[in-house]
Structures are given as structure tokens and as C-alpha cells.
Design a protein around this ligand. Structure first.
Ligand SMILES: [Zn+2]
Length: 257
């Protein structure tokens, strides 16, 4: 598979709406698209992987190795668990825009001061990763602990990548050099470190169709969900979504004047 052959790359996360996702696959089969899935949520293995198999649509699963073979939760789910949906959403936004060590300190504080028991979440196992890799899914790199790469120090960035590389080597997984920025956040330093640490392809989360010559370190992706209606999926694949959204914003701001 030549990754930069694909202009239209979809980015999914979790899978609960299997009948709707089946409709996606039926349609996507005739399109030249690449499916990517961020985070390695267990629902991919349970609900999407069995459906995906017969369709032979190329797919990449970006995993967070520190969570594999554990019951540790994704950190954003912890924030919602401790603070509730509304307050959690506000904090999440803040946590994604502060230095990484401050985010980690905040999370530690949440865990240690709450009366709630630690949140547990079933994560993928190495065995499941290997089963998927053997079936043709590319298991790839979403960093070791899913920090925001534009909020990390150079040292933190290198540690994220080196630990991930060791994990991929230990378990004979193939896609270390294919990387998706957590939350899509990137900057110059992160891109430099990625290259130096052997990353060949880096995926963004920018809701765009790839146009012209593709920069392999800044590959655009279109955000979709398993329950996105088929008409909307077609709309998004045509690149209309990213054009219409700014137009809509412009229109609203005009109307509000
Ligand atoms: Zn992610």
C-alpha cells in the first residue's frame, strides 16, 4: 500500500453503530479511500474489525502502546468520569492547550483527591493487535501516552517515540513509522523530532481532502463517526464539508451584525 496515493482519508474513533458502519463500508468499497482509526478503542476490534474483513478496504489503526494489555483508561475519559460531561468538556479543552507536565499533574491530582474509585477500561491486547495485523490492518503509532505534541518538550517527544518504537519492535508490529498526531496537534519542533526518530508518514486531523502534491509529514484527514449518515459521509468525502463550514460561519456572523 502506498499511503500517499490516497487523497481521501477518513479518521474514525469508536464503533457502536454497526449497521450504519456497514452502510459506510458498502459505499466505500467502490471509492479509493483509506480508513484510519485513532486511539485503538476496544470497540474497533469488537465491532468494526469483523465487518471490515470481507471488504478489503485498506485500514490503519493508530494505537497508544502504554494502554495495551491494561485496564487503564484514556485520559480524556478519566476527565469526564471525575468532573462530569459539562465541566469535563471545559477542562478537556483547557488541558489540551497547557504544557504537558501541567496536564499530567492535573490528572494526578484528580485521581488522588477524588472519592471515586480509579476508572477502569478494557484495552486491546497484543494478541488482538497481532490478529488484526495478520488480517491486513496496519497497526500504527499514535504516541506512547497520547499527549498533545505541541505542548511537549523535546525530551518528552523523544521519550514518547522511543518507548513506542521499543513496543513495536518487541511485539513485531509493523507500523511504527506511520504516525497520527494525537488530537491532530503539531508544531515545527514535533515535526523535526518525528523525522529524526524515523517517522515516514504523519497524519493530521484537519478535516481536509489531500490536494496537489502530498507532504508525507502532513497528511490531511476527514473526521467521521461510525454513525455519520451515509448522505453526510458522501458530502464529507467530496470535500464540501470543509468548504461549507467556513461559509456557514461567515453567513452566521453576517446575520448577527
Ligand atoms: Zn487520539
Amino acid at each position: 500500500m502506498n499511503i500517499i496515493e490516497f487523497r481521501k482519508i477518513l479518521a474514525y474513533h469508536t464503533f457502536n453503530s454497526t449497521s450504519n458502519f456497514t452502510n459506510h463500508l458498502k459505499y466505500l468499497k467502490s471509492q479509493k479511500v483509506l480508513i484510519t482509526v485513532d486511539d485503538g478503542h476496544i470497540s474497533f476490534y469488537e465491532n468494526a474489525f469483523p465487518l471490515l474483513k470481507p471488504y478489503q478496504i485498506p485500514a490503519i489503526l493508530f494505537i497508544v502502546p502504554s494502554l495495551i494489555n491494561t485496564e487503564k483508561p484514556f485520559w480524556w475519559d478519566e476527565v469526564i468520569y471525575y468532573l462530569g460531561k459539562e465541566k469535563g468538556a471545559v477542562e478537556l479543552k483547557r488541558l489540551k492547550s497547557i504544557p504537558n507536565h501541567e496536564r499530567l499533574a492535573f490528572l494526578e491530582e484528580l485521581r488522588s483527591t477524588s472519592e471515586k474509585p480509579l476508572l477502569k477500561q478494557q484495552q486491546l491486547t497484543v494478541e488482538q493487535l497481532k490478529e488484526m495485523q495478520n488480517a491486513g490492518i496496519i497497526i500504527a503509532n499514535h504516541s506512547f501516552t497520547h499527549p498533545m505534541f505541541d505542548q511537549c518538550t523535546e525530551e518528552e517527544l523523544r521519550e514518547e517515540l522511543r518507548k513506542t518504537k521499543a513496543f513495536f519492535e518487541e511485539h513485531h508490529l509493523d507500523g511504527y513509522d506511520i504516525f497520527a498526531y494525537p488530537n491532530g496537534n503539531y508544531n515545527e519542533l514535533a515535526e523535526k523530532v518525528l523525522k529524526e526518530e524515523g517517522i515516514k508518514y504523519a497524519f493530521l486531523f484537519d478535516h481536509k481532502v489531500n490536494k496537489g502534491e502530498i507532504n508525507p509529514m502532513r497528511i490531511s484527514r476527514l473526521s467521521v463517526n461510525d454513525d455519520t449518515p451515509l448522505w453526510k459521509l458522501k458530502f464529507i468525502l467530496n470535500g464540501w464539508h470543509s468548504k461549507v463550514l467556513p461559509l456557514r460561519k461567515k453567513l452566521f456572523s453576517m446575520l448577527r451584525r
